[in-house]
Design a protein around this ligand. Structure first.
Ligand code: ATP
Ligand code: MG
Length: 259
């Protein structure tokens, strides 16, 4: 299967890649070396997934890309600084706010005027299938619906870059697969660039143009897999021999680096 060395830039991505990660390393103040220099170029509209064992620095790298954590070395250049959205594993909803008002939260923080806020939140809720639940409270939603709301809250920002840290890991398998399909549909409609973190390799293969396999701590880019399946991807893909074979190859790579 096609792959490349960590050092060589991906052929499909031009030098004008909107996300350019150069020599990014992170050592925390307590001395934990989380990342050794990471270089990665991410193309416009690309769906890239960071995959690796627990503690390999996936969240740290994503948070550095998002500007939430300072790297100890290296730089992250992002073409459009303004339009980033971040989704965490925990939906982090405000329990005292309705669905509708949760969806407006980030727009409020950005100072977007009320009529536009309402319109954008309504469109985002519609996109994630929460139309009709506007006046419900988070406590009345299932886990999958809470994650949909978390996605809607981020989508309302109309991001150009969407950064997601294991957003579906707490969900059951069927809900997870449904949300993977919905995320791909929304991504195709909106055209944002996605950086997604997971330790589920089948999720990584299903969603991505490229899967970046990271080594155990201190994390670095071990190998990059190009995923050859055309979009739009259909749920049937998961049952094909090609999909299973690629999953097995990546599993082998993960086993190798774990040793
Ligand atoms: N604020 C911090 N201070 C000190 N060490 C930290 C801090 N945040 C993370 N680490 C350490 O850095 C390493 C990488 O952590 P990180 O959360 O990025 O891993 P991860 O790949 O996202 O793991 P998981 O799959 O379990 O979420 C771990 O050893 C972790 O303990
Ligand atoms: Mg993590």
């Amino acid at each position: 299967m096609a792959h490349q060395d960590a050092a060589s830039p991906p052929a499909a991505v031009s030098a004008a890649a909107p996300i350019r990660i150069s020599g990014v390393a992170k050592t925390f103040p307590n001395g934990t070396e989380a990342l050794t220099p990471v270089d990665l170029r991410i193309g416009e509209g690309e769906f890239v997934t960071l995959l690796g064992p627990s503690g390999c620095g996936k969240s740290t790298l994503l948070r550095i890309i998002a500007g939430l954590t300072e790297p100890s070395a290296g730089t992250v250049e992002i073409a459009d600084e303004q339009s980033r959205a971040f989704v965490f594993q925990d939906p982090t909803l405000l329990p005292w706010r309705t669905v509708d008002r949760n969806a407006q939260l980030l727009l409020e923080l950005e100072g977007v005027a009320k009529p536009e806020r309402r319109e954008r939140a309504a469109a985002a809720l519609d996109k994630v299938g929460l139309k009709g639940f506007e006046k419900s409270y988070p406590r009345n939603l299932s886990g999958g619906m809470r994650m949909r709301l978390s996605l809607a809250r981020a989508l309302a920002l109309r991001p150009k870059f969407f950064l997601m840290d294991e957003p579906f890991s707490a969900l059951d398998e069927i809900t997870r697969e449904t949300l993977q399909d919905e995320l791909l549909r929304i991504w195709a409609e909106e055209g944002f660039t996605s950086v997604f973190v997971t330790h589920n390799l089948y999720e990584a293969v299903y969603l991505s143009h490229r899967v970046v396999v990271m080594s155990p701590r201190p994390g670095r880019v071990e190998r990059i897999f190009d995923i050859p399946f055309a979009y739009p991807r259909s749920p049937d893909l998961r049952a094909t021999p090609e999909f299973t074979a690629l999953g097995a190859e990546i599993a082998g790579c993960l086993r190798e680096i774990a040793q």
